[in-house]
Design a protein around this ligand. Sequence first.
Ligand SMILES: Nc1nc2c(ncn2[C@@H]2O[C@H](COP(=O)(O)OP(=O)(O)OP(=O)(O)O)[C@@H](O)[C@H]2O)c(=O)[nH]1
Ligand SMILES: [Mg+2]
Length: 463
Amino acid sequence: MARTTQPCPFNSQENTPSSPDTSCHALYPTPLSSPTPLDYSFWLSEKFNSTTYQWPANSVIRKKLQGYVGFANLPNQVHRKSVKKGFHFTTMVVGESGLGKSTLVNTLFNTTLYPAKNDTVELSPEVPKTVEIQAITADIEENGVKLRLTVVDTPGFGDFVNNEESWKPILDNIEARFDAYLEQENRVNRHKMVDNRIHACIYFIQPTGHALKPLDIEFMRRLHTRVNLIPVIAKSDTLTEEEIRVFKERILADITHHNIHIYQAPQYEYDDSETISENREIMAKIPFAIVGSDKEVEAEGGRRVRGRKYPWGVIEVDNEEHCDFVKLRQMLIRTHMEELKEYTNDVLYENYRTEKLMAMGIQQDPSVFKEVNPLQKMEEERQLHETKLAKMESEMKMVFQAKVQEKEAKLKQSEEELYARHKEMKEALEKQRLELEEKKRRIESGRPITPEKKQKKGFSFNK
Ligand SMILES: Nc1nc2c(ncn2[C@@H]2O[C@H](COP(=O)(O)OP(=O)(O)OP(=O)(O)O)[C@@H](O)[C@H]2O)c(=O)[nH]1
Ligand SMILES: [Mg+2]
């Protein structure tokens, strides 16, 4: 398989310090020392009660980083992970027999997914009664990147006398793949989801040079809401440059007239001018006028090229001046493969899923699938925190009251003890006073005083 020289879009950022204006979410304060529960509750109460507090929409502040932190490496992590996991892509090719579907697939992926018919086809094959759906899966690898490629072919399309319903088996197949995915999504265990949905449908238009045929219009009208349609003019080497230009205009006019939605590359706000102009160039080529060939021929100057050799010259598949093959490959493989998958999942499948569930009478039950309003959630969390804070506050109050009561009781007890001691001392003093008075009276009346021995037993202040 040919090796591409395309640079990896992520590697350029490896180990690059983040730019100084990188913003970050500062939702929590940076503690100077390890915070205590009180610090936290104080911060919470400040945060939610302060009049300057801004709700989430405005709670993101821009911070300049002081040095290289490392999250600039995130794209590399995604890159490594996806390379490890590998990629998968499912494309469908639809068009009348012999328009070059198998040849184009071989040319696109530069591999022989479909062997040449001469080797395999019987001389008188049994004519199928309806459009068949045949899928081929191949694991291919390029520069260490693995791709599981599934090509869904639709032999028999437009090959019958009455082709009115040719689109139906194809639509049924696309929807059956959506159903299979929906069924997996609804399983309790969703560990091994297999995605077999069609990510792109290359629709081959016969190079008549006139306009779209009713078969083409009917197919695109029926399928455009279910699959990414990529119309191509098959075997464009059979038309002149001028014929291709006029044919493209007529096809686009028909597509617009019938309100058919063909795949459009999305434009992003941050796309650089180079990407924008590249996308514009690709989109300007739709419907791609393609030439397919998986064989090499000798071109001017002895060069070996993939192309088709005619008596008057060589048509080179990979030459942008000869056909739009390069642009188709660019969009399908090099720049928009992930976009095609994303659009299939986010828009086409999502619409189908909603329609299907509603048709089954399934309605959104707000009590089961509660849509989360971030503001409401923040308000709920705030109330929860407030309740917690109030609880903590009342608990602290109770503890404080118990301690105060304990102290009061102790104080009261010591007060009572002091009072009792004071009373005791007062009584002793009174007793001593009375004894002294008695002594005084005895001395004054000339009566003998009480013996010393007895006196010593009493309370004495003079000691
Ligand atoms: N002139 C010309 N011939 C082509 C081109 N692509 C394929 N062919 C030839 O057309 C013939 C049919 O090509 P296939 O790729 O088998 O066509 P198909 O659409 O897969 O046919 P079915 O499998 O029968 O539906 C082959 O002889 C190819 O060499 C092209 O771009 N230009
Ligand atoms: Mg074929």
